[in-house]
Structure formats: structure tokens, C-alpha cells
Write a protein of this length. Structure first.
Lengths: 470, 137
């Protein structure tokens, strides 16, 4: 048998998935602490020992691939010109590369902005601005401002191509990587080259800078940040491979401790007769909601959804819900210890999923013109996608994951939001999305079949339960 | 810069869907060698300006056919000044007012708003190309 070991160096845990490449099956999972602050190898050893305990003697692994979100993740600052145009394109590129955005800037950087960026100490700065042949002045001003600042992280330039040579000269003393413009023409998004450049910088430099390569003997390569691996996995599952169809257009929602991530793999084109407006969005799109986390930002979820609404959803008195919120906000590691606490967590997860997916999806709006009403669309229309996949503890550990995922669906009370109407609901029970994303780079077919075999279809599960009872 | 292809931003402003004239203008501009950023129908004033900023456009050509241009175009020059495009060339054209008003009066209304030229109904694309050649030097 030949196996593969897929490693996620996370911020709290080092997680392992061992898979049988021929059998397309999961051999086992292991988990250790995240020890990136001291020696990442210690957590890795603990995780390997855990894996061995669970599935016996480990096979020889043909591949040992890793992703990482440890040591704060891939912290990025993005800079563009107009906020809704190149600044937004830069943001999309960084998010698609799996980054954690710590700052986004538009127009000319001021001295205060530069001081802010220096203080943020990002891992990578992405500098964009101007279409090709368009505005060069602002992106060069910003290049000059970065050059003069005490910023020593790598800079990825993905701005106006015509200003590229000047930018290179200005930033000669910095570590600079140039990629194609994130917006080569007005309203045309081309974020793949910038994503690839960011990923290469991550592999070449950030993995070392974060000390993850100290465990280099225990794995072959760190390929990408973990969110990028999840996105790669989602893309593979949606698109499939020649001869093996994927699930079609889909959305992945991951309510985590600090943020809720939403990924969609869908063109999201408007329905016939609907006019698109604003910047087109990428087919492979990731959004991160920093105010919707099950622990670190539970208070912010309550603020966004209303604590009373969450309490009502959980069937709790508001005062009791407020107390629970205070408890989990004081102790991020706290797990539900009673049925009420589980109900409260469930309601938080439902609120986080509902709001995060609503923000990710496009909207329609009716504009009244002299010739009658016209429907215009901003963002992606995800109403007709085929599947919604839930991942992460808040979905997987829930006693009623369907109730959490249903919040991703279209809501009659918000008819202008283009949320999915009737997708299949699936859960990533074994936390395999990142593993499939990593495995995709070496064994795409095994990665796809493994994912398709292990995603649990909630409708079928319910059908089974019904048959069991009958 | 000699030989640099000039960029023109154009579209139909406001809640106006009359795109045909603007398409014809776009084709004429492209044929004349301009790089045209065509925003289409139903374009808010701010989108014209944002597009012009990113693409370093030499001129913005605003179409309005449904009679409400006066409301839609109010403050257009201010918006340009606000975003650092104080010197950009601004043209407007189409059915610019409702009701009976002389063209002289209408033209003055738009020139006072900060447009460099206003084109009455029936203006030919060739005329606009001549204006551009003259105004852009």
C-alpha cells in the first residue's frame, strides 16, 4: 500500500490525515499541539504518535505534504488605487491566496498609513494600482513610500504593468516579486498570477521565517497556507477531473473560532435579463468574516445578529445567553458542557453561517427606469449552485448540522440576497478538504475520489435514519 | 507622452438604459484609435470617475437620453476634482433636458456644471472626434 500524510500546522493544533492512495480511503487522523512558537517538530511528533496510536503501525508515506496557518497565518497588507477597483482586486487576490488580511489601503499612502503598515509587520505586502497603461502616479508614489519605510517583508507588485520598471527601481533595496496586474483592464480581474506569486513567496520565505521548516525532516514540503488548501480542495471537488465529474458549483462554509470563512466555486453569472454591475468577482472566491468567530469574536456575532435573536434561537432566556456569551468570551477554549451551552453554540454557529454566507453572496436590486423596472446584480448569483459543504468543528460537532447549514440557504425574508436555493447539503466530517487540496498537487485523481467518498450527504443520512426507524 | 494611446471613459448615466447611441460612439472612438472603457447603461456618476482614475483617462464622455441628465450630472465636475481629476476633459451628450428649452440654454446649464462641451441630439460621431482632436491637442 502506498500512503500519503497530509499535515495542517494550525494555530492551535497540528493535525494529520493519513490516506491510502490506492484504496482512496482515510487510514486515520492524529492531532498534537501547535508548537510553532518553540519547535514545530514537538507538536508534529505528538501528532504522529497520536496517529500511530489510532491506526497502528504507519505505512511508508510516498508524500508528506503540509499546509500552515500557524504563527498568525499568512498576514498580508494589500494596497490599491480606487477602493472598489484595484484595491478590491488586490484584496481578492490575497484572500484567494489564503492570506489573513491585516490591513487594506487605497489611494496614496500617507505617512500615517506607512507607519501603520510598519507597525502591522505583515508577512507580505501586495502592491497594486492602475490598469495596464492607466494611472502610474499613485502606485509609484506608494512604491516610493514603501521603499523609504522600515518594512523588510517581501513585496509583491501586481499593479500597472507600464509602471513596473519604475516600481522595480524604487523598490530595488526590498525583496520584490513582480506579477501580472490584478486588474489589467478596467473591471477585468486577473488575480491568479498574483495568487501564484504570493504562494511562491510563502513557500520560499514565509515557511522559513515562521520556523515551520525546523520540522523539515518530518515532511517533504509546505505547499500553501491552509485556507488556500481548503480552496484548492473545494475547486477540485466542484470541477472534478476528466472522466470523474465533480459536484458542480458549490459553496464551503467554515465557522471557526476566530473567523468564518466562505469559499465559493461558481461563476455566479446573472440570470437572463439581469444586468451585472460593479467589479466582476472571481469564480474561485474566498471571504473571511473577522467579526464572526465562535470564540474570539462571539461577542461580535451577538452584535451582528442580536443577542436576543440568538437566545431565542437557542431557546434560552436572554440573561442566560448573555452569561454564556461572557463565559466563552473569557475562555476561548471552552467547550459546551451542558445541553443549554450546546444549544447556545448551535445558535451562534447558525448566526455566523447565515451572516457570512449572506455577505459572500451577491444581491439584486430593482432600478426604476423611464422604460420600466430593471434588475441589477452586484456580486455573484449563487442561487442555483449544486452543493453547500460545511466544515470545521462548529458544523461537524453539531448534533444537528443540517440546521447550521440551512442558514446558508436562501431566505424568503431576504429575497434580494442571492443565496443558494436548493443545493445538496454535505459535511466534511473528517476534515479532509485541506488534505484533498494538498494531495491535488501530486495525485489529483486520488484526492478527488477520496473527497467524494468521504463527504457526508446530509439528505442521505436522514434517509438512512428514516429507513432504520422503519 | 508621444504615441501613447489615449483612454476615453464613456457610458450612459443614471437610471437610463438607452445604450445604442453610446455603442455607436464607442465604435467610432475605437476606430479613431482611442482606448475606450465602455461602462454601458445604468452607470452611476461615481463609476465614471473611478474608472477614469484607474485608467488615467484623458476624457469622460457622458450619455444621457431620458431627460433626467441634469439631475444625474449635477456635481460631476466636483466629483472629478475630489478624486484628483480636476483637469480631465468632460463631454455630455443626448436628450439633456425634458420640455421645451432652447439648446443655448441647455448648453449653458451643462457648461456651468463644469462640462467642457455639450452635444445636442443628432450630433454626429465625427463631430465628437473633431472636438476631441482639438481639445486633447
Amino acid at each position: 500500500m502506498s500512503g500519503a500524510l497530509l499535515i495542517d500546522f494550525g494555530s492551535t493544533y497540528t493535525k494529520l490525515r493519513a490516506v491510502d492512495l490506492e484504496g482512496r480511503r482515510l487510514l486515520g487522523s492524529g492531532q498534537g499541539p501547535s508548537t510553532v512558537d518553540s519547535d514545530v517538530g514537538i507538536g508534529m511528533q505528538a501528532a504522529l504518535a497520536d496517529l500511530e496510536r489510532r491506526c497502528g503501525a504507519l505505512p511508508r508515506f510516498r508524500y508528506r505534504l503540509a499546509s500552515s496557518s500557524a504563527a498568525g497565518g499568512l498576514r498580508m497588507v494589500t494596497i490599491g488605487l480606487v477602493r472598489e477597483l484595484t484595491a478590491e482586486a488586490a484584496r481578492q487576490a490575497a484572500l484567494g491566496a489564503g492570506a489573513k488580511l491585516v490591513g487594506t489601503f487605497a489611494y496614496r499612502l500617507t505617512a500615517g498609513d506607512v507607519a501603520g503598515i510598519t507597525a502591522l509587520a505583515p508577512d507580505i505586502v501586495l502592491l497594486a494600482g492602475g490598469t495596464d497603461g492607466g494611472n502610474a502616479e499613485v502606485v509609484l508614489h506608494n512604491a516610493g513610500a514603501l521603499a523609504a519605510a522600515a518594512i523588510d517583508c517581501p513585496i509583491v507588485y501586481a499593479g500597472n504593468r507600464a509602471a513596473g520598471d519604475d516600481a522595480r527601481r524604487l523598490l530595488a533595496a526590498k525583496t520584490l516579486v513582480c506579477a501580472a496586474n490584478v486588474m489589467p483592464e478596467f473591471n477585468v480581474l486577473d488575480i491568479e498570477p498574483a495568487r501564484a506569486a504570493i504562494r511562491q513567496v510563502f513557500i520560499d520565505r514565509i515557511v522559513h521565517a515562521k520556523g515551520i521548516d525546523r520540522a523539515a525532516a518530518q515532511f517533504d514540503r509546505v505547499l500553501m497556507p491552509t485556507p488556500a488548501a481548503v480552496l484548492e480542495g473545494a475547486r477540485l471537488i466542484a470541477d472534478g477531473l476528466p472522466g470523474t465529474p465533480g459536484l458542480g458549483a458549490l459553496l464551503v462554509v467554515d465557522p471557526g473560532g476566530a473567523t468564518t470563512d466562505v469559499h465559493s466555486i461558481a461563476a455566479g453569472e446573472p440570470a437572463p435579463g439581469v444586468i451585472p454591475q460593479g467589479l466582476p468577482e472571481p469564480r474561485v472566491k474566498r471571504t473571511v468574516e473577522g467579526d464572526l468567530g465562535m470564540r474570539h469574536s462571539a461577542a461580535a456575532i451577538a452584535q451582528a445578529a442580536g443577542l436576543d435573536a440568538i437566545a431565542a434561537d437557542a431557546g434560552l432566556a436572554p440573561a442566560r445567553a448573555a452569561k454564556m456569551l461572557a463565559e466563552i468570551s473569557a475562555d476561548f477554549g471552552r467547550l459546551p458542557q451542558s445541553a443549554d451551552e450546546a444549544a447556545f453554540d448551535q445558535a451562534l454557529a447558525r448566526a455566523a453561517v447565515g451572516i457570512a454566507v449572506r455577505r459572500h453572496c451577491g444581491t439584486i436590486q430593482t432600478v426604476y427606469t423611464a422604460t420600466g423596472p430593471v434588475t441589477v446584480q452586484h456580486g455573484k448569483d449563487l442561487s442555483r449552485i449544486d452543493a453547500v459543504i460545511g466544515t470545521g468543528g462548529a458544523v461537524v460537532a453539531s448534533r444537528d448540522p443540517r440546521a447550521v447549514l440551512e442558514m446558508a440557504l436562501a431566505d424568503a425574508a431576504q429575497p434580494m440576497v442571492l443565496k443558494p436555493r436548493s443545493p445538496r447539503l454535505l459535511i466534511d466530517r473528517e476534515y479532509l478538504l485541506y488534505a484533498c487540496g494538498l494531495l491535488h498537487s501530486v495525485e489529483p485523481r486520488a484526492a478527488l475520489e477520496l473527497a467524494l467518498a468521504h463527504l457526508a450527504d446530509l439528505d442521505q443520512e436522514i434517509a438512512h435514519e428514516r429507513t432504520d426507524r422503519a | 507622452m508621444a504615441g501613447r494611446q489615449r483612454t476615453i471613459v464613456t457610458g450612459v448615466i443614471g437610471s437610463d438604459t438607452h445604450i445604442v447611441g453610446n455603442r455607436i460612439l464607442t465604435m467610432a472612438l475605437e476606430k479613431a484609435g482611442y482606448k475606450v472603457v465602455s461602462l454601458g447603461a445604468l452607470t452611476p456618476a461615481t463609476d465614471f470617475v473611478k474608472a477614469a482614475v484607474e485608467t488615467r483617462a484623458a476624457a469622460i464622455l457622458v450619455s444621457s437620453l431620458y431627460g433626467q441628465g441634469e439631475l444625474d450630472c449635477r456635481g460631476f465636475r466636483d466629483l472629478c476634482v475630489e478624486t484628483g481629476l480636476q483637469d480631465i476633459l468632460l463631454y455630455v451628450g443626448g436628450n439633456l433636458v425634458v420640455g421645451k428649452r432652447s439648446w443655448e440654454e441647455t448648453e449653458k446649464t451643462y457648461l456651468d456644471m463644469g462640462f467642457d462641451r455639450a452635444a445636442p441630439p443628432g450630433t454626429r460621431a465625427e463631430t465628437v472626434l473633431e472636438w476631441l482632436a482639438r481639445d486633447l491637442g
